[in-house]
Write a protein that binds this ligand. Sequence first.
Ligand SMILES: NC(=O)c1ccc[n+]([C@@H]2O[C@H](COP(=O)([O-])OP(=O)(O)OC[C@H]3O[C@@H](n4cnc5c(N)ncnc54)[C@H](O)[C@@H]3O)[C@@H](O)[C@H]2O)c1
Length: 270
Amino acid sequence: MTNQLLKGKRGIIFGALDENSIAWKTAERVFEEGGKFTLSNAPIALRMGKINDLAAKCKTEVIPADATSEQDLTNLYTKSMEVLGGKLDFVLHSIGMSPNVRKDKGYGDLNYDWFQKTLDISGLSFHKVLQTAEKLDAMNEWGSILALSYIAAQRTFPDYSDMAQAKALLESIARSYGYRYGKLKKVRVNTISQSPTKTTAGAGITGFDVFYDYAQMMSPLGNATAEDCANYIILMFSDYSRMVTMQNLMHDGGFSSTGITEDLIGRLTK
Ligand SMILES: NC(=O)c1ccc[n+]([C@@H]2O[C@H](COP(=O)([O-])OP(=O)(O)OC[C@H]3O[C@@H](n4cnc5c(N)ncnc54)[C@H](O)[C@@H]3O)[C@@H](O)[C@H]2O)c1
């Protein structure tokens, strides 16, 4: 299914670690749809991951950037505009990490230095991505900037821990910056709230398999896959969604509007 929906558009895709990453699937689809982009990830992830294989496949370059560093982001935007030959039309922030989750710290025993890191990497970095773009005047009018969120921003999922606060921050930044960037340059800013997805970040959450299965049972369409998410991102980068901004868009097979399902009743009936 390719319609060249992104022909002539340029952008940056953050967060492709391996073939399972939502950003990886997105890069493959953006390439198929005719978009040109650079790939970026934190320097440490570049050493561990296989992003160079993806870059070769998509005929592009990898430019390292720690998304918490304004200096790295300035370098990334400047180089991306040089490599791609002009200002940008889309940016995907597909970044998340919590040291507390990674090291299995309970919610009543959080390490606050790590909590700050979670907020910085998974939430505040989105503001830095937006503010750096604005300062460098890196975006074309009607450009589209997206970040990926999770429903734990609105409802409690105990093992999601401090990532829930990071996602609430992320969604709030999309509204505040979406207003500002819309007024300034008609740039659109949204978050996509994605189903549980089997990736490195997803599988890092304790009990992930259980809440993956639970969401599957609670969604009339089932869980949205990383490929489904990539397709939705294509739509959001395209001109077909040009009046959508400041939204948290549920991409979850219906999970967020479902109270209970026959599947679950069947499972719980004694
Ligand atoms: N997997 C899920 O169940 C799920 C559900 C909803 C939302 N999301 C969100 O989707 C996004 C992508 O995650 P994924 O599931 O594809 O997992 P992933 O592990 O493949 O991607 C996370 C990426 O964040 C990058 N990253 C971490 N720290 C960074 C830093 N300081 N600077 C730059 N990059 C950094 C990692 O290197 C990695 O590439 C995240 O925001 C995640 O929270 C995931």
